[in-house]
Design a protein around this ligand. Structure first.
Ligand SMILES: Nc1ncnc2c1ncn2[C@@H]1O[C@H](COP(=O)(O)OP(=O)(O)OP(=O)(O)O)[C@@H](O)[C@H]1O
Ligand SMILES: Cc1ncc(CO)c(N)n1
Length: 277
């Protein structure tokens, strides 16, 4: 049976992040991709030039159209933009037998543009976060959600624990934004007490546009296919490692990653990632 995954996110005209990155990732991992678009961004590797948010009713009707017809195994959320959209998404998802949910709490694009209004953080924390099978914040997002400052390894542990206390069943706290020069490492922690670190060599590249979107989409694809949460995040780390290490040098700013690298290079990526229990 073909597994179905869904993304609820914004469109990136540049194709490296958002809905476009999610659908490419689903496809590469063999999950059938469906979507609900929350906002249309005019975007390229240099930045976000315009944001047009859709009406909440339209976002909700896209979600319903998919969930009323398909057996969706896992959903990921990306750019949700406003408190109204978050409220509509959370309320709609709760009215279904909830599939597994990966929340990528997208806030700010690499060039600095806001993809989540400040007033929407409250709704993200209180309405959506408690529905998460896995939440995947980067460091600045985890700081906003927890109110903690994250510098040291123990800050990372504390913030991940706080996110579990706030209601997420599991957390991957991504280390892409930390000042670790030689490696990029992500902490996985679950409410059941599973804990490990995924460490890879830090790749010296400016082409990291959409890394978070791609990573969370890979987790959703694997959850839809029946992987456990920990196996799903590890495979997603291999996927993003292959995608960053084999960049495409497209555009003149922060270019996209290579979504099809994993197809041929998954064994190589496995060797480049250390799982530290
Ligand atoms: N230079 C790098 N080398 C290796 N891995 C990286 C690098 N940058 C990010 N990663 C990995 O990519 C994944 C995404 O992390 P990151 O913290 O960049 O997400 P993000 O900021 O949400 O991304 P974006 O906002 O661009 O979508 C993580 O697994 C992280 O460790
Ligand atoms: C639409 C969209 N979603 C997420 C991100 C974060 O990478 C982005 N730049 N654009």
């Amino acid at each position: 049976m073909t597994s179905v995954a869904m993304t609820i996110a914004g469109s990136d005209s540049g194709g490296g992040a958002g809905i476009q990155a999610d659908l490419k990732t689903f496809q590469e991992l063999g999950a059938f991709g469906t979507s609900a678009i929350t906002a249309v961004t005019s975007q390229n590797t240099l930045g976000v030039h315009d944001v047009y948010a859709l009406e909440v009713n339209n976002v909700v009707s896209q979600i319903k159209a998919v969930l009323d017809d398909f057996k969706v195994g896992a959903i990921k959320t990306g750019m949700l933009f406003s408190a109204e959209i978050i409220h509509g998404v959370a309320k709609t998802l709760k009215s279904y037998d909830l599939p597994m949910l990966v929340i990528d709490p997208v806030m700010i694009a690499k060039g600095g543009a806001s993809l989540l209004l400040n007033e929407a953080v409250h709704s993200m924390k209180n309405e959506l976060l408690p529905l998460a099978t896995i939440i995947t914040p980067n460091i600045p997002e985890a700081e906003v959600l927890t109110g903690l400052t994250i510098r040291s390894d123990s800050d990372v542990e504390n913030a991940a624990n706080r996110l579990i206390t706030m209601g997420a069943k599991a957390v991957v706290l991504k280390g892409g934004h930390r000042d670790t020069k030689d490696y990029a490492e992500d902490l996985f922690l679950s409410a059941k007490g599973e804990r490990f670190i995924m460490r890879s060599e830090r790749i010296d590249t400016k082409d990291t546009h959409g890394t978070g979107c791609t990573f969370s989409a890979a987790i959703a694809a694997r959850l839809a296919q029946g992987f456990t949460a920990s196996d799903a995040v590890i495979d997603a780390k291999y996927f993003i490692q292959a995608a960053i290490a084999n960049g495409l040098q497209l555009g003149t700013g922060h270019g996209p990653t290579n979504h099809w690298a994993y197809r041929k290079l998954s064994e190589k990526a496995r060797k480049e990632v250390m799982i530290i229990e």
